[in-house]
Structures are given as C-alpha cells and as structure tokens.
Design a protein around this ligand. Structure first.
Ligand code: PLP
Length: 376
C-alpha cells in the first residue's frame, strides 16, 4: 500500500509530469516571469471554466479576500458578517482593514453560514457578508443573496475550498460557487482542489466597475503605468505557477470527481454508525470535498486521531479554535458571544485524508481502522 497522506500532490504531479515540466520550461525559456502569456492564458481559461465575466489572478487566497474588501470602499468600523467556523484567512483580513468582523453561526449539517443568523446580525453598520463554501460544500447562496438585496449589502464568496462546486437555485439555474455574489475569491494553495506549485489566488466578478477596481488594487492602485489612483498592493500570480495551474485546470473536474468517489466510499463504510455523522450533501450543492469531515458523537476524538496516527493514517482537526475565540479578535469581545453550534462542531469534527489519488486499498484500511476504534 502506498503511504496515506492528507493530500497526495506528488502522485498527482507524476501523472501529468511531462506536460507540467514542458510548460514550466517554456516559461523559463520565454523569461516572462511576471504577467507573461501563461498568466493571460490561465486567467482566460479559469474565467471560462468558472463562468465569470472577469477573473483577476493574485498572489494567494488571503490577498484575494483582502483586495475584494478593499474594492468595496468601506469605512473603518463598518461591519462584515462572516462565519466563526472557518479558516482564519477569511476573517483576519476584515480586521486588518479596520472593519469589524461580526461572527455568526453555521448550519450544523452543511458547516456553512446560517442565513437566519445573518439576518439577526444585520445592523445599520453592516456593509457586507462573507460566506465561506466550507470543505467544498456551497453555502445557501439563494437565501444569502436575498438577505443582501433586502439590506443593500455586498456579498464576497470565499470559494477557497470549493472551486468547481456548482450551486443550483430553486428555479433550476446552476452557477459555480464564486460567481454568485458581487465578488468571489479562491486560493491555489497546493492542498486546495486546484492546487498550484506554491501560493496563488484569484478573484471573480460579473461587475465591470468592480473588476476595474480589483485589477487596479491588485496592481499598486495603478490606472496606467506610474499613475496610482488609489492605495493598493502588489499581488500577482507568477507565470510559472500560472502555467502549472493551466494544466491542472483541465483535470479539475476529474480531480473533484475522484474526491467525490472517495467520499462515497467513506459514506458507505460509516453508514448507520450511531457515533459517526457523515458529511451532509444538500441537494442544491454539488459537493467537491475539499475536506471529508466527520462529526463524532461520544467518541474520544484525540484518542481516535492518535490511534490513526499509530497506523500511519493522518487526520486533522479543521479548525480547533473558531474565530470568535481567537485572541486576535479579543478586542471585538467576540468570545462573549453565545455560539453553541460552532462550539459543538469545534469539539466534534475530524477530517480524514481526501484527495484525487486515494485508492480502494487505502480507503479500506482507513475506514477499517476508524471503525475499529469507534466500535471499541
Ligand atoms: C486556504 C483558504 C484561504 C486562504 O488562502 P491562501 O491562498 O492560503 O491565502 C481562505 N479561506 C479559506 C476558507 C481557505 O481554506
């Protein structure tokens, strides 16, 4: 059996090595390391894949959210509603820009922001909502967009974990996550579903005016060379990384399908086990399983993690501390907030290895060891 890893980027690379290597060499020979043809090609292909009017690539997924927020023209102290149960990058940039993160609960089934909790958190200072398509499952975008419209709020979708996920509206219309809100963002961090050779990110919008601002902000606030209209930053995707991503993009649907097959295997193995709640799949979301996350009931989670580790099976807790309890947000008094769902999930979740390269032998071994511990 091949060693089991949380993510197996090496095996994935070996399968496309020739293509990737020659694309990288081509960039090196062209020496167009910044904003070269590879960046233009990848940006255009990604824009087409996701079904957006505009795509702007940038240095990483955290920058993507930061640039998106900067483009909204918000004022210090404006409130941004976001889930507490997410990776820190989502919420950190809100505070970095002197905006106020307002943490709300998630749905205990989908792990995504709860629209009813958003509605309750809206105040006259609220300016935006940042939902996260956590673990590869779409947030309830139809409800979120309705709340945003009602209160005149911007929506920035943090799509770092869900590239390729499709959301179905109640009228049957389908859209890729990241293209439904005013702005969508994603990350090409190596372990993401579209993982690059290093950091990378992208921003999506259908709004021409926002697209112009986003592009400007990502490039030193520059409107034409050496004319800087607004304060921006320097956030670029390198040509070599873009060349690799352009090849991987062609395989993205296949990679996501392989993740779903692995998830099906896990689901079947754990079905009807009273102590294990397998991930929920809402009918409006095509789950792309960035993570395969169980909720344990009456199981010693650390004991399970250690037991799996003793059999060389990695497992992770995403995330051990929710946003409202992070020290960096202490001055917002967020920790005094009552968040029973988030606190419960924080104590119960465990993520098993999931990626495009898992085989049945590995899955059989992982599931048998999980069940061995849980049923003892
Ligand atoms: C990975 C991730 C980010 C940030 O992406 P980076 O490229 O690592 O900066 C943001 N939000 C979520 C939910 C993520 O998982």
């Amino acid at each position: 059996m091949r060693p089991i890893q949380m993510v197996d980027t090496k095996t994935q690379y070996q399968k496309i090595k020739e293509e990737v290597d020659s694309a990288v060499i081509e960039v090196m020979e062209s020496s167009a390391f910044i904003n070269g043809k590879a960046v233009k090609d990848f940006t255009a292909n990604l824009n087409k894949y996701i079904g957006s009017n505009h795509t702007i690539t940038c240095a990483n997924g955290t920058d993507a959210i930061q640039i998106a927020l900067m483009a909204l023209g918000l004022k210090p102290g404006d409130e941004v509603i976001t889930p507490s149960f997410t990776y820190i990058a989502t919420t950190e940039v809100i505070a970095l820009l002197n905006l106020t993160p307002v943490f709300v609960e998630v749905n205990p089934d989908t792990f995504c922001i709860d629209p009813a909790a958003i509605e309750k958190a809206v105040t006259p200072k609220t300016k935006a909502i940042v939902p996260v398509h956590l673990y590869g499952h779409a947030a309830d975008m139809e409800a979120i967009m309705a709340i945003a419209e009602k209160h005149n709020l911007y929506v920035i979708e943090d799509n770092a974990q869900a590239i390729g996920c499709e959301y179905t509206f109640s009228d049957g219309t389908k859209k890729k996550t990241g293209t439904i809100g005013h702005i969508g963002t994603t990350s090409f961090y190596p372990s993401k579903n579209l993982g690059g050779f290093g950091d990378g990110g992208a921003i999506f919008t259908n709004d021409d005016e926002l697209a112009t601002k986003l592009l400007m902000i990502a490039n030193h606030g520059q409107s034409k060379q050496y004319y800087h209209d607004v304060v921006g930053c320097n956030s670029r995707l390198d040509s070599i990384k873009a060349a690799v991503l352009d090849i991987k993009l062609k395989h993205l649907d296949e990679y996501n399908a392989a993740r779903r097959t692995a998830a099906d295997y896990y689901d079947n193995a754990f079905a009807n086990n009273q102590k294990i709640k397998t991930p929920f799949r809402a009918s409006n979301s095509h789950h792309v399983f960035h993570q395969y996350t169980l909720q344990l009931e009456g199981v010693d989670r650390n004991g399970l993690k250690d037991f799996l580790a003793s059999h060389k099976i990695p497992a992770m807790i995403y995330y051990p501390v929710p946003g409202h309890k992070q020290k960096m947000f202490a001055h917002f008094n967020a920790s005094s907030q009552d968040m029973p769902v988030t606190d419960m999930l924080t104590e119960r979740v465990i993520s098993l290895p999931i990626h495009s390269e898992l085989d049945d032998e590995q899955l059989q071994f992982i599931t048998s060891k999980v069940l061995e511990f849980v049923n003892n």
